[in-house]
Design a binder for this molecule. Structure first.
Ligand code: ADP
Ligand code: MG
Length: 454
């Protein structure tokens, strides 16, 4: 069932219930106040009862006026005989003997059927004569007509109101929901290949306009992530093409007849190198994609940071010596932090690799760690050329390398710093890259709340 219809029905039912209760209250208040005034008129008529005992009644029970109701008054003796009465009252008591008996004990005020119509009767002891009663009665015909007319008119008015209200709700809901339907149609035509710029935002400044705005933001995010994904796939395939081509070349070369043992060995070694490179790229991509899904496993444990950095430095010893570069660890020996030593080592290794690649011979690289309040800062600094200024904002993007680096055809696929960032983020932290004024690059990892309580 459409929202419009549901809204109209709910609205109609709610207003019908409300109006019914209101109408019922109105009618019952009206009828009880009418009945009160009838009852007080009856008391007045009964008060004049004694005047009917004289042969010429001085007061007529019929109040003057054309449409005024006719009151009947009877004076009844102890043997239930009518001793005096108003003009039309007849000589039979208008109450049953049982009720007359009750009235002798205390005043009785009842509504009864009389000749097919309702009648209101008051019976009181007649003053001055024991066991005598005075009865005053009046037909409720005009009361009943009034009440039923009011009820009818109210019912008609309320029904009309409910219908108009339901129709109004339907029309209002339809016009309010029209932009939603338009939005739905627009979104239904979206394909995952071509995410459009935006859907139209209605100029209503209401919740639906908000929805459209939110949807546009979502589309924007989807589009940029789609673009990122596409360029990532393009970059990845581009990056994989070279090692595959080299691998294939080497294998084809090895396949040719008449290869010497040395040539074969060289080809296999080269092929193994390319396979390792492919393997690394695949591992890196897997790590990045896990990081994207927030599923990169990190197992933080209390780790002595100085020892960790020393171990990393030690591991790089061979390559450092070959390049004529020294590495300095600068960290308090007691500094401990909650971190995943394997992951952090992977990140620092990447940074040391880069620093090694860019450091001029004879310069040193610094591996520093310090506590900043409860945050741990890890830093790799070198004395190389630093990042090209226009590349700085992009250093952590995947497959991103400055043009100079691409042409040098060395280093990795441009995933190293992206991995550093992913590892920092998996620790709840972040990574930053800056150039020092005197030359050289600094890449810093900040791991918040990592400092371990002793
Ligand atoms: N310490 C550094 N000094 C200068 N440039 C650097 C340094 N580290 C990284 N870069 C630049 O950033 C690029 C991206 O680095 P990275 O993500 O590690 O990828 P890769 O090492 O595979 O090239 C490098 O190609 C290099 O041009
Ligand atoms: Mg690198």
């Amino acid at each position: 069932m459409s929202i419009r219809l549901r809204l109209a029905i709910v609205f109609a039912i709610a207003s019908a219930i409300l109006l019914a209760v209101g109408g019922w209250l109105f009618v019952s208040v009206l009828s009880s106040s009418l009945m009160n005034s009838i009852d007080s008129q009856l008391a007045v008529q009964a008060g004049h009862g004694s005047s009917y005992l004289t042969s010429n009644p001085t007061i007529s029970a019929t109040t003057s006026g054309t449409n005024a109701p006719e009151y009947v008054v009877q004076v009844i003796d102890g043997a239930n005989r009518v001793r005096a009465s108003s003009a039309e009252a007849g000589n039979q008591p208008i109450l049953l003997p049982a009720v007359l008996g009750q009235a002798r004990a205390h005043e009785v005020l009842i509504t009864q059927k009389h000749d097919g119509e309702d009648q209101r009767v008051l019976a009181q002891p007649f003053p001055g004569r024991s066991s005598w009663l005075v009865l005053a009665g009046v037909s409720l015909e005009s009361f009943d007509t009034t009440i039923s007319r009011v009820t009818r008119e109210l019912a008609f008015g309320c029904t009309l109101f409910v219908l108009v209200a339901a129709l109004g709700a339907f029309v209002l809901a339809r016009s309010a929901l029209r932009p939603v339907e338009r939005l739905r149609r627009e979104v239904a035509t979206l394909s995952e290949r071509t995410i459009p710029e935006a859907v139209g935002v209605p100029r209503t400044h209401d919740e639906i306009a908000d929805l459209a705005t939110t949807m546009n933001k979502l589309l924007m995010r989807l589009r940029s992530s789609l673009e990122r994904e596409r360029s990532l796939i393009a970059d990845a395939s581009h990056e994989l093409r070279t090692p595959f081509a080299v691998l294939r070349g080497e294998l084809e070369l090895a396949q040719r007849p008449g290869r010497s043992r040395e040539e074969l060995l060289r080809a296999v070694t080269a092929a193994a190198e390319e396979a390792a490179r492919l393997n690394r790229i695949a591992d890196d991509l897997l790590l990045l994609s896990r990081g994207d899904q927030g599923q990169l496993p990190v197992h933080p444990e209390v780790t002595n940071v100085h020892q960790l950095l020393t171990k990393i430095a030690h591991h790089a010893e061979g390559r450092l010596q070959a390049a004529g570069i020294s590495l300095r660890v600068d960290a308090p020996s007691s500094l401990s932090a909650m971190l995943d030593p394997d992951r952090i080592r992977q990140a620092i290794d990447n940074l040391v690799d880069n620093a090694l690649r860019f450091s001029p011979i004879g310069c040193d690289i610094t591996l520093a760690a310090r506590a900043h309040d409860k945050d741990l800062e890890l830093e790799v600094a070198d004395h190389g050329p630093g990042f090209p200024a226009d590349f700085l904002p992009h250093v952590f993007e995947r497959f991103r390398r400055p043009d100079s680096s691409r042409s040098r055809n060395e280093g990795g696929a441009g995933l190293g710093l992206a991995i550093v960032m992913t590892i920092a983020v998996a620790h709840g932290g972040t990574a930053t890259a800056v150039n020092r004024p005197e030359g050289g690059a600094i890449v810093r990892l900040v791991l918040p709340n990592a400092i371990a309580q002793a």
